[in-house]
Ligand binder design. Structure first.
Ligand SMILES: *[C@@H]1O[C@H](CO)[C@@H](O)[C@H](O)[C@H]1NC(C)=O
Ligand SMILES: *[C@@H]1O[C@H](CO)[C@@H](O)[C@H](O)[C@H]1NC(C)=O
Ligand SMILES: *[C@@H]1O[C@H](CO)[C@@H](O)[C@H](O)[C@H]1NC(C)=O
Ligand SMILES: *[C@@H]1O[C@H](CO)[C@@H](O)[C@H](O)[C@H]1NC(C)=O
Ligand SMILES: *[C@@H]1O[C@H](CO)[C@@H](O)[C@H](O)[C@H]1NC(C)=O
Ligand SMILES: *[C@@H]1O[C@H](CO)[C@@H](O)[C@H](O)[C@H]1NC(C)=O
Ligand SMILES: *[C@@H]1O[C@H](CO)[C@@H](O)[C@H](O)[C@H]1NC(C)=O
Ligand SMILES: *[C@@H]1O[C@H](CO)[C@@H](O)[C@H](O)[C@H]1NC(C)=O
Length: 238
């Protein structure tokens, strides 16, 4: 009897995995646990954006999640824009190693921007604008070597702009406006040869605008008002 029961259970499991593919059959446990930890750091979800984040759905079908076609079960997108979410951003987000897009703009995230995001070397878009993120801009973001869009506008970030960001070769858009930063515009940013849009207004910056900004051929849009910058506006900006 026990043998037969085991066989029945085995058949049931195989049947379930090949026909219904529920979460526990195919899931990469790492991605699932990281998403559960993300949800665990949310204190308020007024519109029920995370209601679908339950065990009866595969996490690739959860609201705001997209997975890879080639590497099934690997999360490539986390998009929960304008959902009124209140909470912190779990550092376990750094375990979603296939992530290419993070869009959490216009929510009420507070606490730090986790350094662990620096582990996401496939990341292309990081949109965290219009939240209440505090602390410093993590230097580790400079490890996201595929990043082309970094938007941290309208948060409560403090400290200097890390010079390390100058190594983000693919960066096309950099938005840091409306934060309580300090210090100067790092010279290293003039190494960002793909840079097309820069928004550094109302950042509490001082010092001179580096003349080397002239060599940024791709630059189309620069916003720097509302700082205490001195010196000439480099001619190349016109
Ligand atoms: C799940 O993801 C982790 C981290 O990327 C990886 O080491 C592991 O091999 C993956 N497991 C499966 C079953 O794909
Ligand atoms: C994420 O990875 C770290 C180690 O890098 C590990 O300690 C942690 O448990 C992982 N978190 C999840 C939710 O898998
Ligand atoms: C899980 O989410 C789906 C989609 O939102 C919903 O239809 C279902 O009732 C939920 N299941 C549970 C147990 O909450
Ligand atoms: C921000 O999100 C709220 C919902 O929380 C929405 O009502 C509002 O229109 C959004 N604002 C923008 C600029 O998207
Ligand atoms: C941040 O980057 C430093 C230097 O590359 C590294 O030692 C550290 O482990 C990184 N932190 C995280 C949380 O990945
Ligand atoms: C901005 O930061 C400075 C210290 O760097 C602090 O004195 C000031 O109160 C902060 N302002 C706001 C609006 O948070
Ligand atoms: C700009 O990049 C070059 C070549 O990678 C490097 O030698 C130089 O130190 C960088 N300049 C700054 C200001 O970071
Ligand atoms: C702006 O910078 C000048 C020196 O460059 C300094 O004297 C002045 O106090 C600063 N103003 C503010 C509002 O920080």
């Amino acid at each position: 009897m026990p043998k037969r029961l085991a066989l029945l259970l085995y058949i049931a499991l195989v049947w379930c995995c090949f026909n219904n593919t529920p979460a526990y059959c195919l899931a990469n446990e790492t991605d699932r646990l990281a998403l559960i930890s993300f949800k665990g750091s949310i204190d308020q979800d007024p519109f029920g954006a995370l209601n679908s984040w339950n065990d009866s759905l595969h996490y690739c079908d959860w609201e705001g999640i997209a997975c890879s076609r080639r590497h099934r079960d690997r999360v490539t997108e986390l998009n929960l824009m304008s959902q009124g979410l209140v909470g912190s951003l779990s550092p376990h987000i750094g375990n979603l190693s296939f992530l290419r897009i993070i869009v959490l703009q216009n929510n009420s995230f507070h606490g730090p921007v986790p350094q662990e995001i620096g582990r996401l070397f496939r990341l292309q878009t990081l949109a965290l604008s219009k939240n209440s993120f505090g602390g410093q801009i993590p230097k580790n973001l400079s490890s996201c070597s595929n990043l082309d869009y970094l938007n941290l506008i309208d948060n409560h970030l403090t400290g200097n702009i890390p010079g390390e960001l100058g190594s983000l070769e693919k960066l096309e858009a950099l938005g840091l406006s409306k934060n309580n930063l300090s210090g100067t515009i790092p010279l290293s940013l003039t190494n960002l040869s793909s840079l097309s849009i820069v928004s550094l207004s109302e950042c509490n910056l001082h010092g001179e605008i580096p003349a080397e900004i002239n060599r940024l051929q791709a630059l189309r849009f620069v916003q720097i008002f509302g700082n205490n910058l001195s010196g000439k506006i480099p001619s190349g900006l016109f």
